[in-house]
Design a protein around this ligand. Structure first.
Ligand code: UD1
Ligand code: CA
Length: 455
């Protein structure tokens, strides 16, 4: 399909009453992204000339959420049916090729299915499926030869027609010129007094335009979202497919039903992901990376051989090879860890560089710090980076040893190889090597008695 010949219309004006929400239905999220954005992305992969989104309910929220990039918007107000929605989009369509109608609330549609539909551009092509329970859908009526004659909506169907199990998914493709002329002829003399897009099927038959049907590989592709439980079902369907794709590429998953990917997850060889992990934004895992249970990773790169123990949160960070992270580590944006660094439980690191083989194993806050290699950060160490107005840097040079429960009041530098005695508050730069401490001397009070509770 060449770029100049395809127009795509995405219908998204409906109210979504059953979501019980102030947010337009199509903006509810699937895998961290508005469901309509999944449809827009599938549409963009077809490289169309135009994508027109028909919106109505929820006002400008839909255009605002999608942005104008490569899209045009048609306001349908009031909403008088799917045929009326397409009429609204007509002024936005151009050229003489195919027009493809998609739905903002049918988010799992695959580009490969749409490509199949666009194979015969001179036809009216309907995407249909056979359902065990076709209730609520428009039924596909065929003649004795199996040729499609028309679509009848559930509310207009005779009892015999209701028994038909082949249904209209709503998704269809037609030559744009024919579509324009057909939707202009629609009438609303039906049970719902709506302009039904489905009535164009009869017009195609009348005009001698062949009507064909195409089926998706998986019925889930054409499932619509009307309420929150359908949205949750599609979320699980989407996630289980992502899990299957990962396993096919060699990623080990403790349980494919307990992983969530809201963005992209790129994995090397022999990666293993334990249960209930969440990946958001762009996450990259190198070879032999292991992610412990209940970890959350957002926009992060974890290089070869690193192990992340359970309940760790990593965001906006690059973690080099063979590090040990967690359990219960929190690594925040702007952090870069060198090779073989260790970050243990209840350690928070923000906007800091940590050199190779340096360790902060317990209970620390490291913010706005530049830490060299082979540094040991004792338990309870805190960089006091904030003076109430500004943030300041802490520099810790190679081979330093920071005793437990030390406060480093930034801006401050700990020299190469320096040792800081436990319990110190360091407010001035310390020299290289040697021992620096700032705690008061230990005293012993002889004959001291504990207070006694008064009768
Ligand atoms: C429609 C089809 C039906 C099909 C079913 C599949 C028609 C007449 N019927 O029925 O054959 O089996 O979808 O789910 O087309 N919309 C607008 N503006 C409107 C009305 C609808 O943008 O004025 C959008 C909605 O936001 C929704 C989609 O079109 O995304 C379908 O609308 P809906 O009312 O759900 O159509 P159905 O009655 O289910
Ligand atoms: Ca519907």
């Amino acid at each position: 399909m060449s770029k100049s010949s395809l127009n795509i219309v995405i219908l998204a004006a409906g109210k979504g009453t059953r979501m019980y929400s102030s947010i337009p239905k199509v903006l509810h999220k699937l895998a961290g992204m508005p469901m309509i954005s999944h449809v827009v992305n599938a549409a963009k992969r077809l490289d169309p000339n135009r994508i027109c989104v028909v919106y109505g309910h929820g006002g400008e929220a839909v255009p605002a959420a999608l942005g104008s990039d490569e899209l045009s918007f048609a306001l349908q107000e009031p909403q008088l049916g799917t045929g009326h929605a397409v009429q609204t989009a007509i002024p936005h369509l151009e050229g003489t090729g195919s027009a493809l109608i998609l739905y903002g609330d049918v988010p799992l549609i695959k580009t490969s299915t749409l490509e199949k539909m666009l194979g015969k551009p001179d036809c009216l092509t309907l995407l249909t499926v056979e359902l065990e329970n076709p209730k609520g859908y428009g039924r596909i009526l065929r003649d004795d030869m199996g040729k499609i004659e028309r679509i009848v909506e559930e509310k207009d169907a005779a009892p015999g027609e209701k028994a038909i199990r082949e249904v209209n998914t709503g998704i269809m493709a037609a030559p744009v010129e024919m579509l324009k002329s057909w939707v202009a002829q629609l009438r609303n003399d039906n049970a719902q007094q709506e302009y039904y897009l489905t009535d164009i099927v009869e017009m195609a038959v009348r005009d001698g335009i062949p009507v064909q049907s195409v089926q998706p590989d998986d019925v889930r592709e054409v499932r619509g979202v009307n309420d929150r439980s359908q949205l949750a079902e599609l979320e699980r369907a989407f996630q289980s497919e992502r899990a299957r794709e990962l396993m096919k590429k060699g990623v080990g998953l403790a349980d494919p039903a307990r992983i969530d990917i809201r963005g992209s997850l790129d994995c090397g060889m022999d990666v293993y992901i334990d249960i209930n992990c969440l990946f958001e934004g762009e996450v990259k895992l190198g070879n032999k990376v292991r992610i412990g249970a209940h970890s959350v990773l957002r926009n992060a790169e974890i290089q070869d051989g690193t192990e992340v123990a359970p309940f760790s949160h990593i965001e906006g960070a690059v973690i080099a090879k063979n590090c040990r992270i967690g359990p219960y580590a929190r690594i925040r944006p702007g952090t870069v860890l060198g090779e073989e660094a260790h970050v243990g439980n209840f350690v928070e690191i923000k906007n800091s560089r940590v050199g190779n083989k340096s360790k902060a194993n317990h209970l620390s806050y490291i913010g706005d710090a530049d830490i060299g290699k082979n540094v040991n950060i004792g338990a309870g160490t805190i960089t006091c980076n904030y003076d109430g107005a500004n943030k300041h840097m802490t520099l810790i040079e190679d081979d330093a040893f920071i005793g437990s429960d030390t406060q480093l009041v930034a801006p401050v530098t700990v020299g190469k190889g320096a040792t800081i005695g436990a319990g110190s508050t360091i407010t001035r730069n310390t020299p290289q090597g040697g021992l620096t401490l700032s705690r008061s001397k230990q005293v012993h009070v002889e004959h001291w008695k504990r207070p006694v509770k008064k009768g």
